[in-house]
Every structure is written in structure tokens, then in C-alpha cells.
Design a protein. Sequence first.
Length: 101
Amino acid sequence: MASQCTFYCEGESNLVFREYIVKYEGQQSWTTTQYIENFEYEPGYEYRLDVSQSKDGTFAVKRVLSKEKKESENMGTYRKYDFSWPKLLDCNTLYDKWYKK
């Protein structure tokens, strides 16, 4: 799991949702997932996790294999989620406050 999270704007609710940036074992590129059970994420650390996947596609952490303070590399163009943002943030406010110039 990468040292930072990304986000997306959900169209129907117009709310900002955080996503974890992850790389599955044996893969070269990063991808995203929204929810991981039994896990407390701390920004700025890259994790290696032992996870199980349920039939509905959700993940649960069985154990943390490693936690290293570092900036993850080769993550592409993911937009960085800012943990100082309010928990309930709508996409229009996000754009107006943080991206409009």
C-alpha cells in the first residue's frame, strides 16, 4: 500500500471519497481500492499487508508485514488526498477551495 491516498468525486452524492493506492503481489503498477477492513492507515508510510478477499471483493487485513516511512515511487498521476480535509466534503467545495485559481 502506497504512502499516500487518492480520492474521487462520486457523481450521485457529489461527495469526495478517499481511496487507497495499492499494488498487488507480482504486479508492477499501482491501482486503487476504497475500503480495507481491520486496518488503520497512517499517511507517509508504505505498507506490505497480508490480506484476505471476500466474495464481494472487499479486503481485510490479516496482518501488517511491514510499515516503512517513505514516499512511494512510480505512482503515476494520482491526485493526493489531503487528510486535513473535512470528513464530509462535497466535490464543488473541494474544487472551489483547493483547486480553483
